[in-house]
Design a protein around this ligand. Sequence first.
Ligand code: FE2
Length: 316
Amino acid sequence: MAFSDVDAVVFGVADLDAARRFLTDWGLTSRIVEADRLVFETQDGGQVIVRPQDAPDLPPPIEPGNTLREVIWGAPDAAALEAGLARLTAQGVAVDHRDGMARARDPNGLGFGFRVSQRRDVVVVPTAANAPGHHGRVDRRSPVHTQARPIKLGHIVLFAADFAAMRAFYIDAMGFILSDEYPGHGAFLRCRMRGEHHNVFILNRPGKPGTNHVAFTLSDVHEVIGGGIAMAQKGWKTEIGPGRHPISSAYFWYFHNPLGPPLEYYADDDFCTEAWQPQQFVRKPELFAEWAITGGIDGTTRRQVVAPDSSGRGHA
Ligand SMILES: [Fe+2]
């Protein structure tokens, strides 16, 4: 394992002030607010960096409009970083150095940077559950969250213009591990053998590279629900959610936002080891969502928003 996590994501946007408002409401910590640069952090120091779309030092966009422009991958230490870069080079990936960081592109053309991870360990205490004969929470009430505080950058989901090339790149050149797969259509990949179910999910979309969404890890389902309702109260629109993915087991809630691709709150995903058995699935809507609310939950009534589209349209 050379690259262990998504250390930072860099967006190019038209409206930095709208992005600043969203990321503040999203529950990230503001570190830098300048005319041409925002830096926000998750609890563990993972960074969301926002730049103007036309910033000359950004990698070129792989799709029009506001979108993800660069992913910074973190290695656990300098030796792992060097090993990872050597692996990329051995696989024929062009690695160059700019602004003090090794950089490359994936087969979609998405910009990558590589560094020793700047993330910190965070102590997370999810809400314990009770069941008859098994009481994890005694003499304590279960919390109602009024604001999410994202712990870390969990995963990115990319539309693959050349699916076979992307799948091979992330496994062979990046060294990621296949967790589950829709053969020919989608591949869930994790950075670490012992790690969360996926850090990258690639989706086949021939000839049209892009970013499907970027996801932030929360402590538990209660924070997904409370954090999502808080976003709804502040006027941000749901893309889909809340809901639950059968593949990865995670609870989710996706929001539209001024950074471009939907951003996701999620929690309680599978944790995989050497013993995890990857499965192959045939793509169908009930594998994207065991259940889901289209349009979200109204922040005032706490009831579902009446959705213009309840078709269960295909997502991941
Ligand atoms: Fe996701």
